[in-house]
Design a protein around this ligand. Structure first.
Ligand code: 4FV
Length: 265
């Protein structure tokens, strides 16, 4: 895959891509990431890329001319069918499902804004989709662009190789990940769950699925609404929920009993 990032800070992007799984994927040619700086597309001596907002208000806005020229220069280096993605807090939420969509693209342009934002006409003329990495305001689109690159790169064939990750596996089902342990067996008085030392891979697989289901039900029940659960997973989830229900009922009964006792006291 070939990715082009339109950014005022090319070195920020290049710097972050030297490390780990993504750095190795680039070194092995499984992924190629280039940058295009809108400043290159300015004609004034100050190489101006921003200006005051029409209608007044704080901060500056990215000028349309250098930014759109940079987007077009970047897109010209990519295969046809490469989407132009503008990173902004106003975009649709980026997640594993979107990452799985994008990994099938021949390439993509990632547009990283700065200042208060970019001239709206650039979004209309120069982007196909707007993506947000979360409901918070960052000072630039570069970190969101790097987030998209990292999540998509891990899905490219050959990138993870035998480092295939459990995270992907559980998230592929739309679940949170299970807990991980490594040596020592006892750490500060806390032991590794015995099932993980059993060597019984069927037991281990079921325990991990139960853990992923229980955590998702506890921490992100919203994910369960869209999770693609196997029959086994659905059965395990029902057991987990009925156990939780029984615990809640017992707790409620316990409280009621103690209140009764209190009344009596
Ligand atoms: C953002 C987000 C984000 C807003 C103004 C860049 C900043 C500045 N991008 N998900 N959240 N962008 O906060 O993607 O130009």
């Amino acid at each position: 895959m070939k990715i082009e990032v339109v950014t005022l800070f090319p070195r920020l992007i290049a710097g972050a891509l030297e490390f780990g799984v993504v750095g190795r994927a680039i070194a092995r040619g499984l992924l190629n990431v280039g940058t295009e700086d809108p400043r290159v597309h300015t004609s004034d001596v100050h190489r101006t890329v921003d200006d005051r907002p029409y209608g007044g208000g704080p901060g500056m806005v990215m000028k349309p001319e250098p930014l759109l020229a940079a987007i077009r220069a970047a897109q010209a280096r990519l295969p046809a069918g490469s989407p132009r993605l503008y990173l902004s807090a106003q975009g649709e939420r980026f997640g594993q499902a979107v990452a799985q969509e994008l990994m099938r693209c021949p390439g993509m342009v990632l547009i990283a804004g700065r200042y208060e934002g970019v001239d709206e006409r650039v979004i209309e003329l120069g982007s196909d989709r707007e993506l947000s990495v979360g409901d918070y305001v960052l000072s630039g689109g570069e970190l969101p662009a790097l987030t998209v690159i990292d999540a998509v790169a891990r899905l490219l064939p050959g990138v993870l190789g035998d480092e295939r990750s459990s995270v992907e596996e559980s998230f592929a089902q739309g679940l949170l990940d299970w807990p991980h342990y490594t040596r020592p067996e006892i750490f500060e008085g806390k032991a590794v769950p015995a099932v993980l030392l059993s060597g019984d891979h069927a037991d281990i697989r079921r325990w991990r699925l139960e853990q992923a289901l229980a955590r998702t039900a506890e921490r992100r029940p919203d994910l369960l609404r869209t999770a693609q659960l196997s029959d086994e997973a659905q059965r395990l989830l029902d057991e987990i929920k009925s156990r939780a229900g029984a615990r809640a009922a017992a707790a409620a009964a316990g409280t009621a009993a103690s209140e009764d006792r209190g009344e009596r006291k």
